[in-house]
Write a protein that binds this ligand. Structure first.
Ligand SMILES: [Mg+2]
Length: 390
């Protein structure tokens, strides 16, 4: 029997060139504090974690995570790796429960669940490679010929620059565009007008036959969002994303009864956490991120619950673990797509660590039927820009 021989968690610290942060490029949860000076820091991720799950026959599955990589590495090395080493990777659901339950006192949400996610994704990649099948085939197979994807960038900035960016993105055939708000409760009515101006500007470029998605990244609050929604309604957004902090379930539920569908879940964890969002009618679109929510094992269970509630799942972020789930589930209609760019907020970093992520063509992504596992490898093309912690 093939067993898991080792778990190798590495932290990749980006030391290469970055696009300098601009003020008001995206609201976030710490805007409400007085020290706005470096509040943007909480929105930048210039570290990544890779988690290689090696089997006794030498096959290696690759998992990854992006939140608090050095803490996650410590949690994996000290607590989680010993629970799965020596075990059969095909016992993935058992191994998930073991990791979840043995660390339940502290691991249910946040760093602990991110660690479980990274190992679980590595196990799924390994299972695919051992079975000689792409992960989406292990999950049920192809539910669409190609995956439609939406363009996700358009950070708030000068109106002309945002319009130029949208214009450029239009050439690649996307039917959806997500833009970020730059202003929140601290910026009063003047900030509201700045927000509206930018939504209007993007709408002007993309026209009315394409989707516009609006992202607040937890940088608003209930009162502010209540006042913004009537001003935004006329732009027919497909959704308003994370208007309030992740813990404000009642806030989500109240807003979601209004005229604009509310999306969220990229900062929610586990099956039961996401089930609470669904049961509370808190979101109209569920956006877990597989490398936070508990990996592919948890994500696939959440997909079933979301489908039963008739709430579409559109995972947060691009990346293969999300794409394979999207391919295999009818209830995942489109994928988020981070275009390849210079390193800015850090969303782009996975393009510098892995090879194999598909580029969007004509607004679609394709997965290979013959590539086993997730279809990515760890790249050595940008090693000179990383400091790696073993
Ligand atoms: Mg988001």
């Amino acid at each position: 029997m093939i067993t898991i021989k080792s778990i190798r968690a590495r932290v990749w610290n980006w030391k290469g060139p970055t696009v300098p942060p601009q003020g008001n490029f995206c609201t976030n949860a710490s805007d409400i504090l007085g020290d706005r000076g470096d509040a943007m820091q909480s929105f930048r991720f210039h570290q990544w974690l890779t988690c290689e799950v090696e089997a006794s026959d030498g096959t290696v599955g690759i998992g990854n995570a992006a939140l608090a990589p050095s803490l996650v590495k410590r949690a994996i090395d000290e607590f989680y790796a010993p629970m799965v080493i020596g075990q059969d990777p095909f016992d993935y659901a058992y191994l998930w429960e073991k990791m979840y339950r043995r660390t339940h006192a502290w691991g249910r949400k946040g760093v602990g669940m991110v660690a479980i996610s990274a190992i679980d994704i590595g196990i799924w990649d390994l299972m695919g490679k051992l079975a000689g099948k792409p992960v989406f085939k292990l999950l049920g197979g192809r539910t669409k010929e190609r995956i439609p994807c939406y363009y996700s960038k358009l950070y708030a900035g000068p109106v002309e620059a945002m319009q130029a960016e949208a214009e450029e993105a239009m050439k690649n055939g996307y039917t959806g565009f997500k833009t970020r708000f730059g202003y929140g409760p601290r910026d009063g009515m003047a900030g509201m007008r700045e927000n509206i101006k930018r939504v209007e500007a993007v709408r002007e470029v993309i026209g009315w036959d394409r989707d516009i998605m609006l992202e607040a990244y937890m940088g608003w609050n209930l009162d502010y969002t209540r006042r913004m929604i009537p001003k935004l309604e006329k732009f027919e957004p497909r959704w308003l994303e994370e208007p309030v902090i992740a813990d404000d379930l009642r806030g989500y539920a109240e807003l979601n009864r209004g005229p604009i569908p509310i999306s969220g879940g990229e900062h929610e964890y586990s099956l039961l956490g996401c089930a609470q969002l669904l049961q509370g009618k808190a979101v109209s679109v569920l956006q877990y991120d597989t490398n936070r929510v508990g990996g592919i094992t948890a994500a696939q269970k959440i997909n079933a619950v979301a489908e039963a509630h008739q709430i579409p799942v559109i995972p947060h972020a691009g990346q293969m673990h999300n794409y394979h789930l999207t391919m295999a589930n009818m209830n995942c209609p489109i994928a988020e797509y981070f275009p390849v760019f210079d390193v800015e907020v850090g969303n782009e970093l996975f393009y510098y660590i892995f090879e194999g992520d598909p580029d969007a063509a004509d607004g679609y992504l394709q997965l290979d039927d013959d590539l086993p596992g997730l279809g990515i490898t760890i790249s050595d093309s940008h090693l000179e820009h990383f400091e790696i912690e073993e």
